[in-house]
Write a protein that binds this ligand. Structure first.
Ligand code: HEM
Length: 185
């Protein structure tokens, strides 16, 4: 990773073709046909693009040692040849969430919602990268990115459905799901 900043540009160029954009909660996003991921902190939306979502890869906040070891043992990297499906899910949590102390947020995320334990069951099928956006003045708090092979599509949406029923997701006030496929070269 040359730097930790990424910009997801929605427009009509880029290798990822948009199949569907679904508004899960809150305001939606403008419809686009393609997404390009740029490993830079773009300050302006490129000409001709409808939106640009920026985020930075950061340190872990909630993951404990044994979870980190389990993740490292099974998590695949992005860009696998067979992983031609992707989902971009920008998410904003409520002010009630951000007012909670760290230990209570960990309680909700893991002790009561089992986010990490549930997610681990879908590895190594799903590769992912979490980008933090809240502290860089973005409209979303997080930009999440997932890649998997076509045969793992149903499993991925099963995971998303499970997470959205958890206590953690009661704090999600904006969420959009952008479903993509990679153009074969
Ligand atoms: C594919 C399996 C998944 C695994 C293994 C996984 C794992 C994790 C881990 C370990 C963290 C905590 C990072 C930290 O310590 O700061 C995290 C955070 C997060 N994940 Fe997942 N996750 C998965 C799927 C998902 C999905 C499908 C979504 C969205 C629908 C999602 C959205 C998020 C968000 C928004 C955060 C940040 C939460 C916060 O800091 O408040 N994750 N995930």
């Amino acid at each position: 990773m040359s730097n930790r900043f990424f910009t997801f540009v929605g427009g009509d160029t880029g290798p990822w073709r948009v199949c569907d954009i679904r508004t899960i909660v809150g305001h939606g996003m403008e419809s686009v046909s393609r997404v390009e991921i740029i490993n830079e902190d773009l300050q302006q939306t490129p000409a001709g693009a409808a939106w640009a979502l920026r985020g930075v890869v950061s340190n872990q906040r909630y993951t404990n040692r044994s979870e980190l070891d389990s993740l490292k043992a099974v998590q695949p990297s992005l860009g696998r040849t067979e992983a031609t499906c992707a989902v971009l899910i920008p998410i904003t949590k409520s002010s009630a969430w951000w007012e909670l102390p760290q230990d209570e947020r960990r309680e909700i995320i893991e002790s009561r919602s089992a986010h990490i334990a549930t997610g681990l069951r879908y590895l190594p099928a799903v590769a992912r990268r979490l980008h933090h956006s809240r502290d860089i003045g973005e409209p979303f708090d997080f930009v999440t990115w997932f890649e998997f092979a076509p045969q793992d599509t149903a499993a991925f949406y099963e995971l998303v459905t499970t997470l959205r029923k958890t206590e953690e997701w009661r704090y999600v006030e904006r969420e959009v799901e952008v479903r993509l496929t990679l153009d074969q070269k």
